[in-house]
Design a binder for this molecule. Sequence first.
Ligand SMILES: Cc1cc2nc3c(=O)[nH]c(=O)nc-3n(C[C@H](O)[C@H](O)[C@H](O)COP(=O)(O)OP(=O)(O)OC[C@H]3O[C@@H](n4cnc5c(N)ncnc54)[C@H](O)[C@@H]3O)c2cc1C
Length: 366
Amino acid sequence: MRNRAAAEDGEQRYDVVVVGGGGAGLSGALALVRARRTVLVIDSGRPRNAPAGAVHAYLGREGTPPAELLAIGRDEVARYGGTFLNGSVAAVRRLGDQGFRVVLADKRAVRARRLLVATGLVDELPEVPGLAPRWGRDVLYCPYCHGWEVQDQPIGILSTDRRGVHQALLWRQWSRDITLFLHTGPEPTAEDYGKLAARGIAVVPGRVTALETAGGRLHAVRLHAVRPEAGNPVRCRVLVVAPRFAARADFLTSVGLKPAEHRVDGRLVGTYVASDGKGATAVPGVYAAGNVTNPNDQVMAAAVAGARAAAAVNTDLIDEETRRAVSADRDRVGAGRTPAPVAGKAAHGLRRPWWAAGGGPPVGTD
Ligand SMILES: Cc1cc2nc3c(=O)[nH]c(=O)nc-3n(C[C@H](O)[C@H](O)[C@H](O)COP(=O)(O)OP(=O)(O)OC[C@H]3O[C@@H](n4cnc5c(N)ncnc54)[C@H](O)[C@@H]3O)c2cc1C
């Protein structure tokens, strides 16, 4: 059903409004427009990987700049009639069984029967002077995204929670020169110290107070010296951090959807919108995909999640349309019209399928 009408008050109405036009949102939008749904993608233009020069580990488009990959995706969605609005969704209101009113920060508003939320997350970085501007360049998180490019270089791991030891052991796959800066993270256990020593990973206590650059690149980190023998500053060309992942979902509180807390050993490391395996959230009609539900999704996984959620949205709409059709049929029967019995060769004016008619495809006309 193509359903892009203007509501009574002039607001455009869509089958689905996709909030967020990154990998998850565009992939969901593509599946939905190809399912003949009217789709609007609202996007504020701040994908998580924007600081990176290229998207890696994306089969078929390895090494493409992030903006270029999204432009290709937009073009594909537009080719099937998908539409776009540049802007930021500020609030969503439920309209009884009519779906949702989606309000942008600039007060523009549209209506949607279903919502697909693919707004991603914000990486909240540790507060160390000089760190934030280097994010995505030589301050990194994901070795599958950047490890190849920085292999064999001196890599520092800035520990802020229990993830530090795990990250040190993980990044060791890409370089033998790994230093774990304990910074504000917990003291490793005796077992952890054993693992780190066995893998040749240096452990440096003390707080990192600054990043030093040379020639536009990270050169070393400076410590609040507790043990001068550890050296200060300590040479490193890459600093790995463990951000706090904050789901971009504040606008959903108006429909009763509050992000859940993600804790590691009791410490808050992020928030996410909880959803089932197909993207359905606790609020009927609201679906979510990509980093807003799972911070570990890389671009390809986010795109898969978007496509999967799109299928669930479409099934949900089909169920609603079928319920309405059955109800309308019953109303007609109540008004005196007798529906054709499901018998003989015809039912409701439709030819019976050959498998229900005793074998062999239908031949000729009824
Ligand atoms: C520095 C860095 C480098 C990375 N490199 C790689 C890599 O090489 N390969 C890889 O596979 N992954 C990489 N990733 C991970 C990648 O960024 C994510 O997997 C991907 O962005 C998740 O896609 P998404 O669609 O869920 O979210 P996003 O890509 O973040 O897209 C969300 C979109 O929603 C929009 N939005 C947010 N809130 C609103 C709102 N209220 N209204 C309207 N729009 C809104 C945003 O502006 C954004 O455009 C990297 C991440 C970082 C931080």
